[in-house]
Design a protein around this ligand. Structure first.
Ligand SMILES: Cc1cc2nc3c(=O)[nH]c(=O)nc-3n(C[C@H](O)[C@H](O)[C@H](O)COP(=O)(O)O)c2cc1C
Length: 198
């Protein structure tokens, strides 16, 4: 589930919330899954991965991850991302473009405190995406963390990322192939809406 807080009254956010409510009603699974694509200035590569979108707070989208992970390094080297949602229960794709940044430490600490302790043990014990000898070692690091660490204390290497989209595209699939595409771009302090051909 995605938590919507202080809903932004701008049209693309209202459309997003309406689609979200329709997908919930249609029984959408993994509704919080969102693909984030980044670019690395260092390797000149583009990279995508799913994360769980936890909050849409006013116009800010927030997910959590490891600050030493490849994605974090890529966001540092190039802060422009694209994000992608597909809610198959209502046949809707949402494309976003945004600039990404870290959430404040104080926010991370507060969120970590009230988070599931088993998830926190993993966040503390895993050097996300670094190579390790075996899965046994992953389990042993995790168990050490469960038994020894303060699972309410947010480590410096973990926290949120937030982005405010300047571009939304809602693609609504249709059985007749007459797919409907609506684009919103934030230009000169307002949202410009356009219709795109399928
Ligand atoms: C549905 C789904 C949700 C995920 N949610 C998260 C998440 O919220 N945070 C996270 O760090 N990784 C999440 N992952 C794992 C990432 O896709 C990825 O494997 C990991 O973050 C390492 O990415 P990186 O090497 O590009 O930094 C999720 C994977 C899936 C399939």
């Amino acid at each position: 589930m995605i938590t919507f807080k202080n809903l932004c009254p701008d049209e693309p956010y209202l459309v997003l919330k309406q689609r979200y409510d329709n997908s919930i009603e249609a029984g959408q699974e993994n509704i919080e899954a969102i693909s984030i694509s980044s670019f690395s200035n260092v390797t000149n590569e583009v990279n995508s991965r799913y994360v769980n979108l936890k909050f849409v707070d006013k116009n800010e989208f927030i997910f959590f991850s490891n600050y030493n992970s490849p994605k974090a390094k890529e966001f540092e080297s190039h802060n422009q991302i694209t994000a992608l949602i597909f809610w198959n229960s209502i046949n809707c794709q949402i494309r976003l473009k945004a600039i990404i940044k870290k959430t404040p430490k104080i926010f991370n600490k507060k969120y970590f405190k009230q988070r599931d302790k088993k998830k926190n043990a993993l966040a503390i014990s895993s050097n996300q995406s670094f190579e390790i000898e075996s899965y046994e070692n992953v389990k042993s690091n995790y168990n050490k963390s469960i038994n020894n660490d303060d699972l309410t204390d947010c480590p410096d290497h973990w926290g949120g990322f937030s982005f405010i989209p300047y571009y939304f595209e809602f693609w609504q699939g249709s059985e007749l192939r007459l797919n409907k595409r609506e684009k919103y771009e934030f230009q000169k302090n307002e949202w410009k809406k356009s219709i795109l051909q399928p």
